[in-house]
Design a protein around this ligand. Structure first.
Ligand code: ZN
Length: 264
């Protein structure tokens, strides 16, 4: 290759390299925060409309989960792409203008990783994880890529006003099952003290490898999985300024409602 040709080739790839550099810097510069938009208790109370767009949410993390306004399906974010799983079982890429009433995101930088080859239900996996995550009072973002069996996920259809509380609405949830599927578990473990804001303990969403199916995990068995954990020692909460949030009764303990809603 001549000098002139080499310089031309470099000029061509520079913008691409610069983009990777900027994206890498963005992740590296952000602190390891667990970012919460709104509170789980507001959602349980029926506060299903938020003001935060997916585009704004993406400035706070590249990995996470949540739902969309009117409780229209489930949100799954991975590698900076935000997906929308709908009640009919389909998944599409969410538009930057779509809004969320509740979402949790983080910049995913693994701090530990391991392989899990034993076949086990998700609850057993959670116990195994508890043994590895040394500090139960921090937040953890957990990404699990691999093969799964007996995957059962749910998504809820959009609601109409006046909104009913979430415990009522979940009775109408759509459940989709797959016997054997490759994909990714997107999850967080939140400490007990964060209850009311986050889901204390584990919260998982599943996205199939073809990015066409997914939702909130009700049941699942891990077969062979690559596990990456990202420890988060900062906790940031942004609250909606709308009337619905102002009127949501967040004075009572909703722990029992969470168990029903999460499908435990
Ligand atoms: Zn969920």
């Amino acid at each position: 290759m001549t000098d002139a040709r080499f310089r031309a080739a470099v000029r061509q790839i520079m913008p691409v390299l610069a983009l990777f550099f900027v994206a890498g810097q963005a992740i590296a510069q952000h602190p390891s925060s667990f970012f919460s938009y709104s509170t789980i208790d507001a959602l349980l109370a029926g506060s299903y409309d938020g003001d935060l767009t997916v585009g704004e949410l993406a400035k706070h993390g590249n990995f996470g989960l949540g739902t969309f306004n009117r409780l229209d399906g489930e949100m799954l974010a991975i590698d900076g792409v935000f997906y929308h799983a709908k009640a009919d079982g389909t998944v599409s890429v969410a538009g930057p203008q779509e809004k969320t009433p509740l979402a949790y995101v983080a910049w995913f930088r693994p701090t530990q990783s391991f392989r899990s080859t034993a076949s086990m239900p998700v609850h057993e996996f959670e116990s195994a994880l508890d043994g590895r995550l040394k500090n139960p009072n921090l937040f953890y973002a957990i990404r699990v890529d691999g093969e799964f069996r007996e995957v059962s996920v749910r998504a809820i259809a959009p609601q109409s006003k006046p909104y009913k509380p979430l415990v009522e609405v979940v009775k109408t949830q759509s459940v989709h099952e797959s016997q054997s599927v490759r994909g990714t578990l997107i999850g967080f473990r939140s400490p007990a003290f964060s209850k009311g804001i986050s889901v204390a303990g584990y919260h998982w969403h599943f996205l199939a490898a073809d990015r066409r199916h997914g939702g909130h995990v009700l049941k699942l068995t891990l077969v062979d999985a690559k596990v990456k954990v990202c420890t988060l020692s900062q906790f940031e909460v942004k609250l909606p300024r709308n009337e619905e949030f102002a009127e949501a009764d967040q004075s009572k303990d909703r722990s029992e409602e969470i168990k029903l809603v999460e499908g435990w």
